[in-house]
Write a new protein. Sequence first.
Length: 126
Amino acid sequence: MSDRYETGMQVRRSVLGDAHVDRAEAQKTDFDTAFQTLITEGAWGTVWASDAISQRERSMLTLALLAATGNFEEIPMHIRATARTGASKQDVLEVFQHVAIYAGVPRANHALKLAKQTYAEMDAND
């Protein structure tokens, strides 16, 4: 594997946690290996590995973009990641308020609902 892939796996594990990455890796097949390599190198090994902004800021941007573009299925995963990135519940609320103003209240409302559910699950598992 490339250095960027190895860096991507390290960053991915630091943000999402070993258990999440281990589950994802166990589900990988010949069919989606190339795709998994692409996102590991591109998203995790390049974008998330950059030190130009903090992981907290990157986490907030990711949540805003997911909500604004209606990619809701990834929001719970990235809410759970806030425990490792340093983005607080208040940060997340601010993110979704921005989404409401700039991308629409329905998308922000749905993202907030998912965040509340995910935080409740996280609190229950503590």
